[in-house]
Design a protein around this ligand. Structure first.
Ligand SMILES: Nc1ncnc2c1ncn2[C@@H]1O[C@H](COP(=O)(O)OP(=O)(O)OP(=O)(O)O)[C@@H](O)[C@H]1O
Length: 407
């Protein structure tokens, strides 16, 4: 249970960090540190329930990609409750994406955000009593450490397995179709929302911006029900094909066909942990190109991770990658070098294996010879001893018989 903090120890600031249906979030000071405080005035029963849910779930979770809760406080005079949380100084991912003064970010950074979000959610889904967040969207993903680290916040709609009936709450733009159609909630609904979020960070556009009335939530819900999804041609041109494929899998209409959050975490972890990814385009002929993805690990070693062959894409690639020619030449050299090095490694390994094999065979032959001669020697000794025993027994039996017949 969350620690109960004395309201008198809390120094509330006027600075408002944000606001949502659950109340406003303000800066505060507590125990000499800057923190964020969610101010919950229970105007309705459902808001009270949300706040209780948030406290219950957050106080049980301890993960680097989930916001940390310090405790709760209440002011009985005003019937207001406060949720004390760590303060994340860079604000929400939503504010970052749509700020007036927009900062650029790389595709690698976008993948790292996606990975951290998947990591936090995979942790929630694998808890002893799995927790579903149910409201994953950029407003509920907070950034810290120069926009590098991401943490999930706002557990007002979170639920555990005891309740998989949807009350159809959440945000339509990010809501899986089965939530509003069949009123069913599983871990795959968070997977769907994450898919939409990944699309959003790869396009820097609001999902369904292409609809005629993109702010109308009913229009979005009915479009989604008809199979509409954010358009893949809106994602940035340097987005890796694997990530595009991942988005498509996450927003599959059939929840069973969506990957699990653990699987997504593994995949994104493979593509971004401890290193960087670089795509190079290699022109094969007039209408086909190969996109080769290299992974550079923490010590700077480069490894080819994936090669995508794209037919009839050369024209598009030429338009989207102005430096493609130079990169292609560089790549050609790198591939040739890598191939020669790989062939050299294979040859050395084969020779070493052959040599080891020969040595092992010789040693086994020697061991077998030794064993055979030891067994033969033992056998001879045993046979001699047995023959002696038989001789002795026969003599004894003959004497007995002689006595009986009184020779
Ligand atoms: N710990 C924090 N540090 C910094 N900013 C925060 C923090 N918590 C929340 N915020 C800001 O306040 C905004 C609203 O927070 P939050 O989503 O938790 O409120 P809410 O009332 O539950 O919203 P919703 O309407 O989505 O339910 C966030 O989008 C973010 O900009």
């Amino acid at each position: 249970m969350a620690e109960k903090v004395d309201f008198a120890d809390l120094e509330l600031s006027r600075k408002r960090l944000g606001a949502g249906a659950g109340g406003e979030v303000r800066m505060a000071k507590w125990k000499d540190q800057e923190i964020a405080v969610k101010v919950c005035e229970f105007l309705t029963n459902s808001l009270k329930k949300n706040a209780e849910r948030e406290i219950t779930h957050l106080s049980k979770i301890n993960h680097e990609n989930v916001i940390k809760v310090f405790g709760t406080a209440s002011d009985d005079d005003t019937n207001t409750n406060y949720l004390l949380m760590e303060y994340l100084e860079e604000g929400s991912l939503h504010d970052f994406l749509y700020a007036d003064n927009q900062r650029e970010y790389t595709v690698e950074q976008a993948v790292r955000w996606a990975f951290q979000c998947a990591k936090g959610l995979a942790h929630l889904h694998s808890m002893e009593r799995p927790v579903f967040h149910r409201d994953i969207k950029p407003q509920n993903l907070l950034l810290t450490n120069q926009f590098e680290n991401l943490k999930i916040c706002d557990f007002g709609l979170a639920t555990d397995m005891s309740n998989n009936k949807s009350d159809m709450r959440g945000t339509p733009r990010y809501m899986a179709p089965e939530v509003f159609k069949d009123k069913k909630y599983t871990d795959k609904c968070d997977v769907y929302s994450l898919g939409i979020v990944i699309w959003e960070i790869m396009s820097r556009k609001r999902p369904y911006f292409h609809l005629e009335n993109p702010e109308n939530e009913f229009a979005i819900l009915s479009a989604v029900e008809m199979g509409e999804r954010p358009k893949m041609d809106a994602v940035r041109s340097d987005c890796w094909n694997g990530i595009k494929h991942l988005i498509e899998c996450c927003v599959d209409p059939d929840p069973d066909r969506r990957p699990s959050m653990q699987r997504i975490e593994e995949y994104l972890g493979d593509v971004c942990v401890g290193g960087q990814y670089e795509d190079f385009v290699h022109i094969l002929d007039d209408d086909s190109v190969a996109v080769v993805t290299f992974h550079k690990d923490a010590s700077g070693n480069r490894r080819i991770m994936r090669v995508d062959l794209l037919r009839r894409h050369w024209r598009t690639v030429r338009m989207t990658f102005p430096i493609v020619q130079r990169e292609a030449e560089r790549l050609g050299k790198v591939i040739a070098r890598e191939t020669v090095r790989a062939a050299g490694d294979v040859a050395t390994e084969t020779a070493r294996a052959a040599h080891d094999g020969e040595r092992e065979t010789r040693r086994a032959e020697r061991d077998t010879e030794r064993e055979v001669s030891r067994a033969a020697h033992d056998g001879e000794r045993e046979t001699r001893r047995a023959a002696q025993d038989v001789g002795r027994e026969t003599g004894r039996a003959f004497n007995k018989l002689k006595k009986k017949l009184r020779f």
